[in-house]
Design a binder for this molecule. Structure first.
Ligand code: SF4
Length: 409
């Protein structure tokens, strides 16, 4: 994976059990084992579906069953010839008995075939049809993947494969939901949005770590804070703390990061109370004319209020609330998920998450975590990336909502 953290650091447990085709064994009980990838792929579309259907297995031909015919019709209606314009592969290449859903192990065993095709074909657009396709594409790269309801409809600029990725329902799911016409409508919308990506340039997004400056020098930090006071530009603020709530004795804010534009963030150790940087940061945070943004701002508001002795003034945007307003599905408003689906920024937190666990055996919301044990520069960089992604996300949300102003006046 191209990016700040190595594959080893971000690997989900599943990949560590990596097995092979032989361990899956599905090839032994189907009629047409190990279906080949099909299609000329003229338009650089790679369709990843779940598995060959019973008809395909029987006849030894791809896309001849009911779901395949449905997909053909839908694509034809949008000007796409699946045989000429696409390549088509399944998350598992052998038909599971009675058409059951493939298991995690089967998907894992077959994943190398899928990724070999991605690497060799170099698609412009990857269409993920159904939950198994999403698992095949993401489960070795993300700890928590979740189901298709969470993923469908996003148009993701996946920077690791340099392709647009568009998850959607599997055609079989649409056919089975015939009593609910909304499912087909959603499928049509998702497929149309996916194909529109063929004409959308792949975005140029600077690597997050290259946009974060870690500051250990008080003079430099004061200069940045002085500029903030003078120019009153809005910024995102993100802090790393010893827990979820600040009130228990022993809690501290460890690091802080601010981002004033989409390609620039500063991360620094939280200043010592009473020091010059602390007083300047306090002035910036208490200035109602300087707009502040955060992701789940009540967290920052609560901790900063507690440790700085006054409420933060000038809150203008909460990208978590905005994410919910734009899409009210469950389990999608977290910053890491939003970072991936909007900017293809995949998993920059795995190496830090271990330090979020309780250090004192307290399992309540008030426990003290192990964040103090994290390598400080890595924590600062992680904190800075959070602030940067929040700014990128807020900018995108503001544009999506047709708004312009971030200043509180
Ligand atoms: S499903 Fe994939 S991994 Fe399993 S036997 Fe068939 S080709 Fe091999």
């Amino acid at each position: 994976m191209e990016g700040f953290f190595s594959k080893t650091e971000t690997e989900a447990p599943a990949i560590k059990r990596a097995t092979g085709c032989g361990a899956c064994g599905l090839y032994r009980q189907c009629k047409t084992p190990r279906f080949e990838v099909c299609g000329d792929g003229r338009k650089k579309i790679l369709v990843i579906a779940e598995q060959p259907g019973a008809t395909e297995d029987e006849r030894g031909q791809q896309l001849v069953g009911e779901s395949g015919q449905f997909l053909r019709r839908k694509l034809r209606g949008l000007g796409i010839d699946i045989d000429k314009d696409c390549r088509k592969i399944n998350a598992v290449a052998c038909h599971p008995e009675k058409g059951r859903t493939p298991t995690d192990l089967e998907i894992e065993c077959c994943r190398p075939r899928v990724w070999k095709e991605i690497e060799e074909f170099k698609p412009k657009l990857i269409v993920l049809m159904g939950g198994a396709a999403v698992q095949s594409f993401l489960k070795h790269r993300l700890k928590e993947v979740g189901g298709i309801n969470k993923w469908r409809g996003w148009t993701i600029p996946d920077r690791d494969v340099h392709a647009w990725v568009a998850p959607m329902f599997h055609p079989a799911h649409v056919l089975h939901a015939e009593k609910n016409p909304a499912v087909e409508t959603v499928f049509n919308l998702d497929l149309t949005a996916a194909l529109a990506l063929l004409d959308t340039p792949f975005p140029i997004i600077l690597k997050e770590e290259s946009c974060v400056e870690v500051i250990h020098n008080d003079t430099k930090l004061c200069e940045i804070l002085r500029n903030a006071l003078e120019w009153r530009y809005p910024f995102t603020i993100d802090i790393e703390c010893t827990g979820l709530k600040p009130h228990k004795p022993g809690h501290q804010i460890i690091t802080c990061a601010i981002a004033s534009d989409r390609d620039r963030a500063h991360a620094f150790n939280f200043p010592v109370p009473g020091s010059k940087p602390f007083r300047m940061l306090r002035r910036v945070l208490m200035d109602p004319l300087i707009g502040k943004l955060a992701h789940n701002m009540k967290f920052e508001d609560n901790w900063l209020n507690f440790f700085m002795g006054s409420p933060v003034e000038g809150w203008v945007w909460d990208s978590m609330i905005a994410a919910h307003l734009l899409d009210n599905r469950e389990d999608i408003t977290g910053l890491k998920f939003q970072a991936y689906v909007n900017f293809g920024c995949l998993d920059y937190s795995s190496h830090i998450e271990q330090y979020w666990q309780s250090s004192d055996g307290d399992t309540s919301n008030n426990s003290i975590n192990r964040i103090m044990e994290a390598p400080r520069n890595e924590l600062l960089l992680y904190n800075g990336i959070d602030a940067l992604v929040e700014m990128r996300l807020a900018e995108k949300q503001i544009e999506q909502m047709g708004m312009e102003i971030l200043c509180p006046f």
